[in-house]
Every structure is written in C-alpha cells, then in structure tokens.
Design a binder for this molecule. Sequence first.
Ligand code: DC
Length: 306
Amino acid sequence: FFSEELLNAKRIFNETNNINLKKLIKNVEKHAIKIEYLEHVNAFTLQSSISKTNITMLAGAIICGDTRLIDHVFLMKRQPIIAIDGPAGSGKSTVTKLLAKKLNFIYLDTGAMYRALSWYLINEKINFENVQELSAFLKNVSITFKTVSKSLQEVIINNHVVTDKIRSQEINSIVSSIASIKQVREFLVNEQRKIGNKGGIVAEGRDIGSKVFPNSELKIFLTATIDERARRRKLELEKQGCGEISFKELKEQIKKRDFDDSNRKISPLIKAENAIEIVSDGYDIEQITNKILSIYLETIPKELTP
Ligand code: DC
C-alpha cells in the first residue's frame, strides 16, 4: 500500500502540479503504520527547498511491525531542458540537432534568432543604435521556426523566410555587435523562454545555461581548439564553393568573434557554473552526441525518461 499511496500522489501531481503532503501522511497513517519520514525533496540535492525545482522526489520510510520499508517516486513538472552553449565552430548546431532528434525534443537554435533579427534590422534599414527606434521596432517582430522536413527547419521573421540569408558573410560580420545590444537580448531571451517553457527542448547558444534556462536539467559547454574550429570552418566554406580561404585569416576571425562574444557586457559567452565541458577535437558528431545522451540518461531518473 505504501508504494500505491506514493503512486497515487504522483498521479495527482501529474494532473495538478501539486503535492498535498499532509493528506498523504494522513493516508499512510490510516494503515496504522509509523512513519519514520515522508518528504518531498529536490531529486538531485535531496534538499527540501523545491519551489523552483523541476524534478523532485517523494521519499519515505515507514515501520511496519518489525519491518522498515523505504520507497520513493520521482516527479517532474515539465519535460527536461538541455542547454548546449559554446563558441562558433564547436559542432554545437549539428550535435544539438541530432540530440533533439534522438530524444524527440524541440531543437532551438538561438543563434539563428540573433541572425534573423540582424538581417531584418538591416533589411528594414533600422537605426539600431537609437534605443527608441529599436524598441518600437521590436514590438512588431515575430520570429518562428517551421519544420519543413526531418532535417530542415525554416527560420521566419515576420513574413520573411530567411533560413539561408542569415548565413551570409554580411550577417556573420554584424551579428556579434547586434547581439550585444541590451534591448535585443531582452527581447530574444523572452522569446526563447516562451518557446522553451514547457521543456522537452534542446537549446543551443551562448547564454542558454547561464541566462535563458538557468534551471536546465543538463548544461553542456561544447568547445574545440581554435585550430580545429578554423579547420572545420575552412572545409565548410570550401564545400559551399567559396574557393581557397586562408587558414590564418579564419583563425583571426574566430578569435575576434570569441573575444567579442566573451567580452560583451550582457550575458557574455561563459561556461555556466554547473555546466559540463566537452572538447570536441578528434571526435565526430555521433560520438559527441552519444556522450551527451549518456550523460543525460545518467542525470534524469530512469522512470522519467520514455
Ligand atoms: O551560433 P551562431 O554563430 O549562429 O550565433 C550567431 C551570433 O549570435 C554569435 O555572434 C553569438 C550570438 N549569440 C548570442 O549572443 N547568444 C546566443 N544565445 C546565441 C547566439
């Protein structure tokens, strides 16, 4: 009956998001049993301050005659969130996409939102250095993602499909400075939270674990050495038919972007306090994705993963 009571409390929790501990204790005591303890705690730290905690645990021990029984159930308010942050060229996008597919989670590319907004500001010739003009403009901006096929997600800003346009050299060179504007960040962080607030999402960016979803169940900081990232970028550009590109020049570009992203005043690129760092040099996408997947499965209690 003890585990039945716990499971019943879990069923009620799944419907109401609420645990009535007093009632549960009463129900258990009805069986004329001594309760040693019965608590609703954070599933990871076992602490009892749980107001903002997503994954919690009802755990207890009862004395039944000569026997001491212990049992628990895990509870989850929303589906998990995985945050993947790191610099450009670390393999974030491909890994995030693949991981989302494996888990059947939403894939959120926040860099694409900064890129789309940059494109739109330029396209509409907005003076984004003017705070009033920028703030008024942002009131009417809407960014959406549309899944077209298993491997393609279109990026749409108002009525413009900008999926390819936002990958241009022009956007590459301006996006960092637009991403450092306070009003832009506030606007996009808010949009990102709206997309992810129900969980079941793998989000990639620079500030996902530190700012957008600080309560993510898993935070990964994915990086690679500058040489490795320049080598990957060179291959990518050559594949796109951009001709021979100087390795040295690419390295300089990457260094500059890292510097700009890591040194801006608001939400700079940093490894979140409890993020796990992975250096992707020498590993392929599948290996990195599987590594993150196995960390995820170790982190989330089994009974909560489908
Ligand atoms: O990941 P990406 O290269 O598409 O990102 C484009 C730019 O946007 C990059 O300069 C960093 C910035 N960015 C950011 O500041 N915060 C995010 N969460 C995502 C991207």
